[in-house]
Ligand binder design. Structure first.
Ligand code: S3P
Length: 170
């Protein structure tokens, strides 16, 4: 069992994996605050994620995501729900892993993720099946660097929270 210096849990995984929903339930269960990185970014810019991508492009989004992550990493205790691409940027991986918290990957097959994301408006990187699955495959090696992996397939968010709590991370 890994022991972590700081009482921080980072939730990571592809879009649609349930990071925000599980993050809120987990934060409630622990009595810790939730920092939802996409929400922080939207509040800081006064724009939706989609608008930020449309107005300024992905490289700009990654810059402000990095800045928001740098601030979020200082919080303790905290549950931090990352965006789907946050932990797939090598400098962010180092920042998160060096911060001393625990990283939990919410794993789910791409077919299930895709059905969850279809029809949702605020996911600028969700275009079609092929690009979705390609991006998923590109990111897998990063997600595999997480300290813990929880399979979310067939589990509701509360059950995922129970799985995370049973890890006895701290
Ligand atoms: C992104 C995922 C989104 C959001 C942005 C970029 C990605 O977060 O950060 O659209 O690169 O996969 P969710 O995983 O919460 O959808």
């Amino acid at each position: 069992m890994l022991r972590h210096r700081r009482k921080v849990i980072y939730l990571l995984g592809f879009m649609g994996s349930g990071k925000s929903t599980v993050g809120q339930l987990l934060a409630n269960a622990l009595g810790w605050p939730l920092i939802d990185l996409d929400t922080v970014i939207e509040a800081g810019q006064g724009l939706s994620i989609r608008e930020i991508f449309e107005n300024s492009g992905e490289p700009f989004f990654r810059q402000i995501e990095r800045a928001a992550l740098t601030e979020a990493c200082k919080a303790e205790p905290a549950v931090i729900a990352l965006g789907g691409g946050t932990f797939a940027q090598p400098p962010n991986v180092d920042l998160v892993r060096d911060s001393g918290g625990a990283t939990v990957w919410l794993d789910c097959p791409p077919e299930v993720l895709r059905t969850r994301c279809e029809g949702l408006e605020n996911r600028p990187l969700f275009r079609d099946k092929e690009s979705f699955e390609q991006l998923f495959m590109e990111r897998l090696p990063f997600y595999r660097l997480a300290d813990y992996r929880i399979s979310t397939e067939g589990r509701n968010p509360q059950e995922v929270v129970e799985q995370i709590l049973s890890l006895r991370v701290f």
